[in-house]
Ligand binder design. Structure first.
Ligand code: ATP
Ligand code: MN
Length: 465
């Protein structure tokens, strides 16, 4: 008999028909006459109830059907009289694919802490929580591709191994095939990369933006969506060493349109979650965060506040004057800390905020310089609970200014000659931004720790599984 996915089985109303489902046992309970198996196959947060009548099965046969076992059940679809479900299966045949010794299987039915589940990341997708998170993760990826595809953007693949380190000096993972115990060096003792695989130092990318700009300056509008690596040794609940980033880049737009694109994009994704992941979001809201759905709707329905960094600093200084305490000082010229960002979003405006025009010293060389000589056309999108979710800018299209800024920031021209070529040949205004996929996931799921929204998190001292 053909297998029915449990998500579909739960919607059926053709009671009396034969049906087959396969899945993993969540629980089994019962009495002397009958046993109830809650079966889940990952297609939905909901289990299907399998009713096993001891007139048809011996208790002996059922003994190994314990939490975690994989089974195939054939039977008759029936209307359920029990609470919480409309459909059940009266089993006529059960095949056991794999047992799960109750003495050893780590996922028993009682609730485990998220910290413990991180230690068994190979099994945690089988829990309700992580099933919900990873189904939402898939849906968010679909939302992202849909959004850009519908707007005529092209999915552009930028390299994962890169030879340019102008973005992330110091926080890159090196890529080499050299024997680290026996490195070839030149007469000065420096490592001789001519023997290495690429004949030059290489590393894992910290951003696809520079190459993304090359795509935008040919295809008009592109986006990247790929793995990104940062060896930042910061053990925060918002940073991973390996994460996924989405980076749209668009020719012929300036910062105002870039801000609107960012707002439309995030609102589209959050709305997609509300429309397509209702059961999973309801579950997470119930278990972890009862304001989740309200917060998601709020972001979809409200414009994001736009203000400059300088105005933001004024607001923060006023708050301090009125008695607000921050751990870190607030000074024009310094980067905002997460606590400052969250104050603006959660307490002052109570809305997502797009901050623009940051001091050039704390931003990258490629951002468009303002006429004041002090600020650049950067934009960070700040979200409740998360802080920075997007970082972007209008790019400097003027070859002269860009080259000068690169020099000031000690970026050798020989490393970025190909990037500068876009300004040499047919340069044009353009802008883009980067959204951290897991930051979006944090927001949409209401989870508190970024380790809990990616299947296999990589963080300092942790690359297991
Ligand atoms: P932060 O100040 O939060 O470290 P950033 O300024 O380093 O962020 P960008 O370089 O602008 O971030 O990267 C673009 C986006 O990528 C950020 O807005 C964020 O959503 C995401 N991001 C950056 N670093 C990480 C990380 N280590 N783990 C997960 N997401 C990240
Ligand atoms: Mn960072």
């Amino acid at each position: 008999m053909e297998r029915t996915i449990i998500k579909d089985a739960l919607k059926r109303t053709d009671f009396g028909e034969k049906i087959n489902v396969k899945g993993w046992v969540r629980t089994r309970r019962g009495n002397k006459n009958v046993s109830f198996i809650a079966l889940n196959d990952g297609s939905t947060i909901h289990n299907i109830q399998v009713v096993v009548d001891f007139n048809n099965f011996s208790e002996e046969e059922l003994k190994t059907i314990t939490t975690g076992a994989a089974i195939s059940v054939s039977g008759v679809l029936a209307e359920s009289v029990g609470q919480g479900q409309n459909v059940e299966i009266q089993a006529t045949e059960i095949e056991i694919y794999g047992t799960a010794d109750p003495e050893k299987y780590p996922l028993q039915k009682k609730g485990h802490t998220l910290e413990y589940l991180r230690e068994i990341a190979h099994l945690r997708p089988r829990t309700n929580t992580f099933g919900a998170v990873f189904r939402i993760r898939h849906n968010m990826a679909m939302a992202i591709h849909t959004f850009f595809h519908e707007r005529g953007f092209f999915y552009f693949h930028t390299p994962i191994i890169t030879g340019s380190d102008c973005e992330g000096a110091g926080q890159m993972f090196q890529v080499t095939t050299q024997n680290l115990c026996n490195l070839k060096t030149d007469e000065n003792g420096a490592i001789d990369f001519s023997h290495d695989f690429f004949g030059a130092p290489t590393a894992l990318t910290v951003s696809g933006q520079l190459e993304g700009e090359l795509g935008a300056m040919a295809l008009g509008a592109i986006y990247t969506f790929g793995p990104t690596f940062r060896a930042e040794n910061s053990n925060t609940p918002r940073h991973l060493a390996e994460f996924w980033m989405i980076e749209p880049e668009v020719a012929f737009i300036e910062i105002a349109e870039n801000m609107q694109l960012a707002q439309d994009f995030v609102q589209f994704c959050v709305n997609w979650a509300l429309e397509n992941c209702k059961d999973d979001i309801d579950f997470l809201a119930k278990m972890y965060d009862n304001e989740l759905i309200e917060r998601l709707k709020f972001v979809v329905e409200n414009d994001f506040v736009r203000l400059t960094y300088t105005e933001g600093i004024e607001i923060l200084k006023n708050a301090i004057a009125k008695g607000k305490k921050f751990e870190f000082p607030v000074d024009w010229g310094a980067d905002l800390q997460s606590e400052h960002e969250r104050y603006l979003v959660e307490e002052h405006f109570k809305k997502p905020v797009i901050l623009t025009d940051y001091p050039k010293e704390i931003k990258s060389f490629y951002m468009k310089q303002n006429d004041d000589g002090k600020t650049v056309r950067a934009m960070d999108v700040l979200f409740p609970k998360i802080g920075e979710i997007i970082g972007g800018s209008q790019r400097e299209e003027d070859l002269e200014k860009l080259t000068r800024r690169a020099k000031e920031m000690n970026i050798p021209e020989k490393d970025i000659w190909w990037y500068l070529d876009t300004r040499r040949f047919g340069t044009a205004p353009h802008a883009g931004f980067g959204l951290g996929f897991e930051r979006l996931m944090l927001f949409v799921t209401g989870m508190q720790n970024i380790r809990d929204v990616i299947p296999f998190p990589r963080t300092p001292k942790n690359a297991e599984f």
